[in-house]
Design a protein around this ligand. Structure first.
Ligand code: BYC
Ligand code: FE
Ligand code: FE
Length: 469
């Protein structure tokens, strides 16, 4: 472990001078990007953050006060597995690769760049949220997520620099040049260009979009390219906290809505300055459907190529599946034609995006069930639901068609007539925005949000998570 170097790492960076120099050249550009596109405020303040200092269970969660620009963004790969074998595709059972095979170079670079692009994109999307944080605790969690997404960018840039030569270095520069939502140089994937300018959206994003991250990382953890597998395995340990922020964040919005409903004679949470459950549902519908798009097309030759080459597997390929070659099987995909849905058996490899999406859907449902349990425990008769996976899709075989939230085909006119019940309206957004006033005294919290059950790292909710410089 080389912790005291300019770039903390467990990859023996000092043994490879060329690589070290190249990354040290990229580092100031990264910091320039962070100052320009990272959190708009608090850069001089001391934030109570966790920093990874090693990959074992003790060292990866080290808590202390740190100024964000001084955060130790390091390069950490999970420990190598002895004699690791390729877990899927045509080369199943062969030794995993330590170097990139020429024939898969372009595909692999593309996957790594796409993964890498989402990380800074999310930081850009969230950069103004610190100005309207509902509590010090939440503001600290936002920064924790942001610095770790920054580290995830480092993780991908390390792979580009170490294994893709000049092209890799160029891609690493471009990762700092694109900007979320920018007209000329947008980020690569759809959801990462959507604005996140209120905290309800932030909680939805960390619930649903970071969870796409979890599933894509699980798929890449199966990669035959061992450095990618080891990198993503360590990223997954950090990812769990991001989804915790999302799931418990929405849970606390829901809890507060229930409390206010019980106080109001008309059970109207908005009347008392809360976020009503119908609005929560519309935000769920939007962020969940947008995140479903991130899995790519239902029927995809790219997905088949990635799987066949062993570049990307399914989540928990070894544990959950028996046949890791997947050449003989089929997967059932619903296709929509002339207003009808019919089942179509497609070769399993071409359906790998859909297989991963279905694994993701189940994981989300478990979180939604916990929100509904909270609502029921408050004695309120309401259920939050995930819309059908055909609803409001912008990518894949359902794009350009219209479906209700149960997945039934409807006309464009019917969709437009119902859209204001299903998706956040301009009025919802104005209302939510009006609630977004900063509350930054330790122990205090905005009226629309319930406090968390406990604080971070055994600290209380009223702990001073941020010390003003
Ligand atoms: N937006 O065969 P298709 C995370 C493109 S999140 C824009 O259907 P494929 C994080 C596609 O690239 C995880 N374009 O899809 C979360 C292709 O373009 P070309 C990020 C899209 O290639 C929160 C064309 O459409 N990681 O970590 O099988 C905070 C046809 O594509 C979209 C990854 O995504 C879209 N939604 O799959 C921070 C893993 N969908 O080739 C971080 C790496 C598809 O025709 N990426 N396209 O020009 C991949 O595995 C694949 O690129 C995808 C797409 C699954 C995204
Ligand atoms: Fe990430
Ligand atoms: Fe994340």
């Amino acid at each position: 472990m080389q912790l005291h170097e300019k770039i903390p790492n467990n990859v023996n960076l000092s043994q490879n001078r060329r690589l070290q120099r190249a990354l040290e050249k990229w580092q100031p550009n990264y910091l320039k990007w962070w100052k320009e596109a990272g959190p708009e405020d608090f850069q001089e303040d001391q934030i109570y953050l966790r920093t990874a200092i090693s990959v074992d269970s003790k060292g990866w969660a080290n808590f202390d006060y740190v100024k964000m620009p001084d955060y130790k963004w390091g390069i950490f790969l999970a420990e190598p597995e002895a004699d690791r074998r390729i877990s899927c595709g045509d080369n199943y059972g062969q030794p995993a690769w330590q170097e990139v095979p020429g024939e898969f170079r372009n595909h692999l670079r593309r996957l790594i760049v796409t993964q890498g692009d989402t990380e800074p994109a999310s930081v850009e999307q969230q950069r103004l949220l610190c100005k309207i944080a509902p509590s010090l605790y939440d503001c600290r969690n936002l920064f924790q997520v942001n610095v770790e997404e920054g580290r995830h960018l480092w993780a991908m840039v390390y792979l580009l620099h170490a294994h893709f030569g000049r092209d890799g270095r160029e891609e690493a520069e471009e990762l700092l040049e694109r900007r979320s939502g920018d007209f000329d140089k947008p980020r690569i994937l759809t959801t990462f260009n959507e604005p996140i300018d209120d905290w309800l959206s932030f909680f939805m994003f960390t619930m649903f979009t970071d969870r796409d991250g979890k599933y894509q990382l699980l798929a890449l953890a199966e990669s035959a390219f061992d450095p990618l597998s080891r990198t993503t395995r360590f990223m997954l340990t950090e990812e769990a906290h991001h989804m915790f922020v999302g799931e418990t964040g929405v849970m606390r919005v829901v809890q507060r809505a229930c409390e206010l409903m019980k106080e109001d004679p008309n059970e109207d949470a908005r009347a008392l300055g809360g976020i009503d459950l119908d609005t929560v549902q519309r935000y769920v519908n939007f962020w969940y459907s947008s995140s479903l798009d991130l899995f790519g097309g239902e029927i995809s030759s790219n997905a088949a190529d990635f799987f066949g080459a062993g570049l990307k597997g399914r989540a928990w390929e070894g544990k959950k599946f028996d046949d890791h070659v997947a050449l003989e099987q089929f997967y059932e995909v619903d296709v929509a034609e002339n207003g009808h849905i019919s089942k179509k058996e497609v070769p399993l490899r071409t359906a790998m995006n859909e297989v991963l999406r279905d694994q993701y859907v189940d994981d989300n449902q478990r979180g939604v069930d916990r929100w509904n349990k909270c609502i029921a425990e408050n004695g309120i008769d309401y259920k939050i639901t995930l819309p059908h996976k055909r609803f409001n899709r912008k990518m894949g075989i359902y794009q350009g068609r219209h479906f209700d939230t149960l997945g039934n085909p409807i006309s464009e006119d019917e969709f437009n007539a119902k859209a204001s019940q299903w998706l956040p309206t301009a009025e919802d957004r104005v209302y939510i925005k009006s609630l977004m006033k900063p509350v930054l005294e330790p122990g205090k919290i905005a009226n629309w949000l319930a406090p968390p059950k406990r604080g971070i790292n055994n600290q209380g909710f009223d702990f001073e998570y941020i010390r003003h410089a």
